[in-house]
Design a protein around this ligand. Structure first.
Ligand SMILES: *Cc1c(COP(=O)(O)O)cnc(C)c1O
Length: 397
């Protein structure tokens, strides 16, 4: 690599002075674990997405665990989901001693194919866990309709989808406004907003919200803040098995700043994707399609490679020019942790899921990405595509 060319990362968290200042404020307050900042972050997040309840937790994986537990997923149950996702989606199902049942993704996209869901339902199906992959809303209207008709709860893995929107009864609504039963978000640095690590559950059910609050704090009957603020001695009870899934006030203070910046961050990402699409439309890559009823936050920008191009070679060519990329989203069923027969069930062929991993790459996209950086990526691809197609056996339309 030529040292004078600055490298282009695949992603970069949008953290600055405001976040640093927020953490300072919390440190000097003397209260650093789950407390008033978490409560404020929850209120602000609920208002932002349009949910009545938002409960902050340590990350999205723990959020998924609590969501599945809340709808009653337990040993021997089945949960329908996709293999084409980050492994945490299916791991959370296994934490409940339940079986992930994989169906394939749609043609021309990276989300669950709603047409395959009904065929995967059995008497043991306890939930459908759909994913808004890469920030692109999945077809919630179709999925929620199946859930209602078959009385199966819908949990949304919205890890990547903070700030994404869906057209719902003629209105643009945020993912997380309860369309399904519970939505789970991630604030890992690879997502659009971050708290280092962190997660959030939104729902319209006060009963489930109460459960989340109990379970995230060891099953303890009294919150720390209530005990510390009380003028009377309070002894807590432990009503049932709980976990330590708390978010800290340090994280929540960062989250509040990030949430304020989110609309601007999404606007910027949508502009960058517009520029990418304009540059890449004519070189033979398959560009992601945003359905008319969806507005992605573009957590990731994933493009399909033409048949002539080898994924690893393209990624190496980019890396040689100082440009990071990632291959397409993984397939959970291909991992060793899922090799045993009782780890999952494939209810359909998973061909599209496998192709999506092998024949796509994720390109750099981050707040502050310049036009010049974007052009460096698109020009590298343009040149590579032109050479490969010249040498290759097939023409691309
Ligand atoms: C990132 C991610 C998760 C896990 O989120 P954490 O906050 O890191 O636990 C789960 N599902 C999907 C689809 C993700 O992209």
């Amino acid at each position: 690599m030529i040292a004078s060319i600055p490298s282009i990362p695949v992603a970069r968290p949008a953290l600055g002075e405001q976040e640093a200042e927020a953490v300072r404020r919390v440190i000097h307050s003397g209260w650093v674990t789950q407390g008033p900042e978490v409560a404020a972050f929850e209120d602000e997040f609920a208002a932002f997405v349009g949910a009545t309840h938002a409960c902050a937790v340590s990350n999205c994986t723990t959020a998924l665990h609590l969501a599945l537990k809340a709808v009653g997923v337990a040993a021997g149950d089945e949960v329908i989901t996709v293999s084409h996702s980050f492994i945490a989606t299916a791991n959370a199902i296994r934490y409940c001693d339940a079986l992930p049942v994989f169906v394939d993704i749609e043609a021309g996209g990276y989300n669950i194919d709603p047409n395959l869901i009904e065929g995967a339902i059995t008497p043991r199906t306890k939930a459908i866990l759909c994913v808004h992959q890469l920030g692109m809303p999945c077809d919630l209207r179709a999925i929620v309709e199946i859930g209602k008709r078959r009385s199966i709860p819908i949990i949304e893995d919205a890890a990547c989808a903070t700030g994404s929107e869906i057209l719902w009864n003629g209105q643009w609504e945020k993912i997380g406004k309860p369309h399904g039963d519970i939505a789970c978000f991630s604030f890992h640095p690879r997502k659009v907003i971050t708290t280092g690590d962190g997660g959030m559950l939104t729902t319209s059910s006060p009963e489930w919200d109460r459960k989340f609050r109990l379970w995230r704090q060891h099953g303890m009957s009294v919150a720390d803040t209530a005990r510390h603020g009380s003028k009377q001695v309070i002894f807590e009870d432990y009503e049932e098995l709980g976990y330590n899934y708390r978010m800290t006030d340090l994280q929540a203070a960062i989250g509040r700043e990030q949430l304020r910046r989110l609309p601007g961050l999404v606007r910027e990402r949508r502009q960058l994707v517009g520029a990418y699409c304009a540059q890449l439309s004519s070189i033979g890559l398959s560009l992601p399609i945003e359905p008319k009823w969806a507005r992605s936050n573009w957590q990731s920008f994933c493009v399909g490679l033409p048949f002539e191009l080898d994924q690893r070679a393209v990624m190496q060519m980019l890396l040689d020019q100082g440009i990071s990329s990632r291959r397409g989203i993984m397939n959970i069923h291909l991992e060793k942790a899922y090799s045993s027969h009782n780890s999952h069930r494939a209810a359909t062929l998973l061909d599209r899921s496998v192709s999506a991993q092998e024949e796509t790459i994720i390109l750099p996209l981050y707040s502050g990405m310049t036009d010049i950086e974007l052009l460096r990526v698109t020009e590298a691809l343009r040149q590579h595509c032109a050479e490969a197609i010249k040498d290759g056996p097939l023409l691309i339309s």
